[in-house]
Design a protein around this ligand. Sequence first.
Ligand code: ATP
Length: 436
Amino acid sequence: MANQSTNKLMDKIVSLAKRRGFIFQSSEIYGGLNSCYDYGPLGVELKKNVKELWWKSMVYERDDVEGVDASILMHPRVWEASGHVEGFTDPLIDCKICKSRFREDKIDTSKPCPVCGNRDSFTEARSFNLMFKTFMGPVEDSANVVYLRPETAQGIFTNFHNVREAARQKLPFGIAQIGKAFRNEITPGNFTFRTREFEQMEMQFFVKPGEDEKWFEYWMQTRMNWYERLGLKKSKLRFHEHGPDELAHYAKAAFDIEYEFPFDWQEIEGIHNRTDFDLGRHAQYSGKNMNYFDEQAQGKYIPYVIETSIGCDRSVLTTIIDAYEEEEERVVMRFAPSIAPIKAAILPLVKKDGMPELALKIRDDLQGNYRVFYDESGAIGRRYRRQDEAGTPFCITVDNETMENNTVTLRYRDSMKQERIAASQIKTYLADKLKF
Ligand code: ATP
């Protein structure tokens, strides 16, 4: 559980995130909006790279997963069918003394209130629906209520036949989506770990009933392997199996992939065997046929669904925490090169003798392919440190020798080692190092 030193570590990470332009508090000049965040210049690149890496592994590298981008607002009946109107609730309790609110399932109510320290001060639990409501059109009445989607999955289920027919897919196949979701969380917190607006990266894999357990196993392993590609430390990842008390009513099996955050082991992704619950419910509520005709088996059935559901913002936070390292003379963000916001910094040793011109030529040659950064101000050591803190894996320095033989100094972020390579080799070299 969180103690002073883990809080200190999170404080340092939050402060670096702001200072270096990874993540800012939303609406900061107005005092901020609780649990909403904005990504700055480095954060937006990091997040884009995480999304691309997910999309690449889930869609581009296979031929059995198609993409979709569904709208956030959906027909309100969708949320009745999915069970969210009735059951997407958390148990809310209040402290009668200090009025703080908690999720009953996240604290130990036999202990004193964690905010004011009073004992036996909690109210009975009440169910609190986490969906944000708004109105469609000018009239604000119950007939016009729509919801901001609390998950992206339903836009996949409702498009099952559309995607299958348009892409001429046969079972087993999946549909992937990246998009915003909204939950009116009772206790948001730990920076971007739990927010009220966030992005999800979800994939629903449709399979023949009876083949679901095999595919569940497959996706568990495939998804765990992805985190190694993301560069996370293996020792900080583990599976957590949902016991009978934790299992959602529709799920036959569920595993979370957890990461050891400074505050605790916590979920970053859920892998669920959702059976035929979702398509079955949409068939019931929409009156449309959600069966799949299996040519091989010459029969019809409602497919089972294996879901992999990961929070994009939560995984970006995980990469930031995992990358953060304090050394004696520097703070270094050890992002995997493939997700690093800036791939290379180009630095003329001094601002004279033709070095800036040559360095700018190298920069021009690289940008367009990669996010690179040109910096000519300050001592070279300080410029290296600035790049270490931004997580830039390579620095390319144009120096006196460059002017003589057209070689540059290549400096590695992780080892701080330096070597000389021909300027003409930079592009090939980076292409090799930055492969996903
Ligand atoms: P929890 O029990 O922590 O509320 P959950 O089990 O409801 O989470 P899912 O519905 O399985 O979460 O959502 C899938 C993923 O979406 C989670 O693993 C997480 O990465 C992300 N996610 C869910 N809620 C939030 C949130 N409020 N803020 C940021 N990411 C979230």
